[in-house]
Design a protein around this ligand. Structure first.
Ligand code: PLP
Length: 359
């Protein structure tokens, strides 16, 4: 089945719901068992307690599993919790993990605080490192955590090369696949073990809910389910429903996001004060060849690097735009623009941010 077909047919369950086209929203904490024997046998029933799942959450899990060609899926209340649970499913006290220097800033904060307190050492690697990642591997390395393209700077990583090295050393690999959004990048076809996606972005797609999804391959999904269950992570049924609804138009919306972003990116390339447009779908952009090799398409999110300017000049550009507003998040139908500071420990001079590095 093609993604367009999957996205409109998987996770509907209409035959079990009186022919209703859409999966009903199950609001429940409690599943009732009529007899003692039923209660004792609850482990063999699909639904036992609201936190561990309802037909509504199963529908989204099945749809995401199908779109990413995964072995299974769990749902979390935000994209950030999807990332942290994915990391916690592998990293144990005493471990060393390798994390892309271009990860989403709150992911980095988690690695530098909570993970460190738990006795896990996160070391950042250059997202352009490729197979040379082998030089950073230690006997206690347990995970390579990637995000491609990276937040703000859009480095495309050579995921198959990283995964090949990881497999030689029996190390797990994970990706923050929010930009690939289940459609444009297929993590398991490229050798990854775990994929975390902020469904808040394109999957929900209408700026009205926060949600995350984690998928994994057959060897890894039980470890993800186990930590997810132990930490009591679950998402609200209405938000899951919004993600299911968004999913039905996801491939169609992504196509439009890509063509619109490409047109705007090309126009920006012609402006005198724009130094660089960081968008792998542009033929002359860094990472274009890897993007073309490994991705099915592009998201509508990209960065521009400006000539150095003052805060007043920046405000003159950003204030009161007619069609773009400032605000955090992306992947909705409305157009957004924000200034960003870059968080790099390796080769920070690749990007001139007028000295505005966060670290
Ligand atoms: C937005 C985002 C997240 C976090 O998602 P939330 O739902 O806001 O928690 C994680 N990773 C990337 C790359 C993101 O852009």
């Amino acid at each position: 089945m093609k993604d367009e077909t999957k996205s409109i047919s998987v996770g509907r369950g209409d035959s079990q719901h009186y022919g209703s086209v859409n999966m009903p929203v199950y609001h429940t904490s409690t599943i009732l068992f009529p007899r003692l024997q039923d209660l004792r046998n609850r482990a063999s029933t699909p639904y036992r307690y609201g936190r561990s799942g309802t037909p509504t959450s199963t529908a989204l899990e099945e749809a995401i599993t199908a779109l990413e060609n995964a072995a299974g899926c769990v749902i979390t209340p935000s994209g950030l919790s999807a990332v942290t649970i994915a990391i916690l499913s592998v990293a144990k006290s005493g471990d060393h993990i390798l994390v892309a220097d271009s990860v989403y800033t709150p992911t980095r904060r988690f690695c530098d605080t909570t993970l460190r307190q738990m006795g896990v050492e996160a070391q950042y690697y250059d997202p352009l490192i490729g197979a040379d990642i082998a030089t950073h591997i230690r006997p206690n390395t347990s995970l390579i955590f990637t995000e491609s393209p990276g937040s703000h700077t859009f480095e495309v990583q050579d995921i198959p090369a990283l995964c090949a090295v990881a497999k030689q050393h029996n190390i797990k690999t994970a990706i923050d696949n929010t930009w690939g959004s289940c459609i444009n990048f297929k993590p398991f076809a490229h050798g990854l073990d775990i994929s975390a996606t902020a469904a808040t972005k394109y999957i929900v797609g209408h700026s009205d809910a926060l949600l995350g999804v984690i998928t994994a391959n057959a060897e890894t999904i039980e470890a993800v389910r186990d930590i997810h269950r132990q930490l009591g992570i679950c998402a609200a049924p209405d938000d899951i429903y919004l993600a299911l609804r968004g999913l039905r138009t996801l491939p169609t919306r992504l196509e439009k996001h890509e063509t619109t972003a490409l047109a705007i990116a090309q126009w920006l390339q012609g402006l005198s004060f724009v130094r660089r447009v960081l968008f792998p779908a542009l033929p002359d952009a860094q990472g274009h060849d890897l993007w073309k090799r490994d991705f099915e398409g592009a998201a509508g999110l990209f960065s521009i690097e400006l000539d150095p300017c003052t805060e007043a000049q920046l405000a003159a550009m950003l204030d009161d735009m007619a069609h773009f507003s400032m605000g955090y998040r992306w992947g909705g139908y409305e157009s957004l623009i924000v200034p960003c500071a870059i968080n790099r420990s390796i080769n920070p001079d690749r990007f001139d941010t007028g000295g505005q590095y966060l670290r």
